[in-house]
Design a protein around this ligand. Structure first.
Ligand SMILES: Nc1ncnc2c1ncn2[C@@H]1O[C@H](COP(=O)(O)OP(=O)(O)OP(=O)(O)O)[C@@H](O)[C@H]1O
Ligand SMILES: [Mg+2]
Length: 249
């Protein structure tokens, strides 16, 4: 039997009185990689935010389960502690806190244990090297003054250091040059090698998926998943766009 990490049942959710997600169902098991694709404004980022419990969004129907526990009303930090991670389409700047401090604090919150500085430093330096991140970046303030592509790489560094059970990557590849796409996808591949880790990758660009193993592809239109298939669905979308799926809703 597969271990279910995340199960979303008949979810309606929205913001500012508007329902964005309608009757949405999704199940992610341990070790699976899911890809979420869909037109602009379909509700992809909203779904990621709702899974993570962003307070800007409210759930008006249905439920979200994490490993058989109902987490629909849990706070974001409580969900993160359970092993959930999200990289944002537009990463936040956090002045005053270095990348190194941020990741070490997050790791300690996750494990509930103090992590020795030397051991932490060795690990973060190795992860940074694998992602072609300059060592001096680690001491800079989180995302402040970094280019868009550099921020995405820093998010990959967080992913590899935190090793969450479920990582939601929202357009991690947008704005990356060809070499950076390769580096980031290698980072994701390294994450996938840990066989019980799950991924929900939101993307418009199938380039990043060329190097990755994908189990399921979901197409979301107007806040509902209208089609689920295997990785071959990506090719159909690349050739035909979302037009064939618009009538399904
Ligand atoms: N906090 C919010 N308040 C009001 N409306 C919102 C909010 N967040 C999202 N929306 C609206 O919900 C819809 C879905 O937005 P969302 O960002 O989830 O789309 P998306 O699928 O991620 O699109 P893209 O591919 O352009 O990133 C859009 O019409 C958007 O304007
Ligand atoms: Mg989005």
């Amino acid at each position: 039997m597969n271990n279910t990490v995340l199960k979303i049942n008949n979810l309606n959710a929205g913001a500012e009185g508007k329902t964005i997600l309608h009757d949405l169902n999704l199940q992610i098991n341990a070790g699976e990689t899911h890809v979420l694709m869909g037109p602009n404004g379909a509700g992809k980022s909203t779904l990621g935010n709702v899974i993570l419990g962003n307070p800007q969004y409210s759930v008006t129907k249905g439920s979200i389960f994490w490993e058989n526990t109902d987490i629909t009303t849990l706070r974001t930090d409580e969900r993160a502690q359970k092993g959930m991670f999200m990289s944002f389409q537009n990463p936040l700047e956090i002045p005053g806190i270095s990348i190194s401090q941020f990741i070490r604090t997050a790791l300690q919150a996750q494990s509930g244990q103090n992590i020795r500085f030397k051991e932490f430093r060795t690990r973060i330096n190795a992860a940074a090297k694998a992602l072609h991140i300059k060592p001096e970046w680690i001491n800079r303030e989180l995302n402040v003054g970094f280019s868009g592509g550099e921020r995405k790489k820093i998010e990959m560094l967080q992913l590899l250091m935190l090793q969450p059970k479920l990582a939601i990557l929202d357009e991690t590849d947008s704005g990356l040059d060809v070499d950076a796409v390769k580096t980031v996808s290698q980072g994701i591949e390294t994450f996938q090698q840990n066989s019980d880790r799950s991924l929900l990758i939101i993307t418009h660009n199938s380039k990043i998926l060329e190097y990755l193993h994908v189990d399921f592809v979901h197409i979301i239109v107007n806040g509902t998943i209208v089609k689920t298939g295997s990785a071959s669905l990506i090719e159909v979308i690349n050739e035909q766009g979302y037009e064939p799926f618009l009538d399904d809703k």
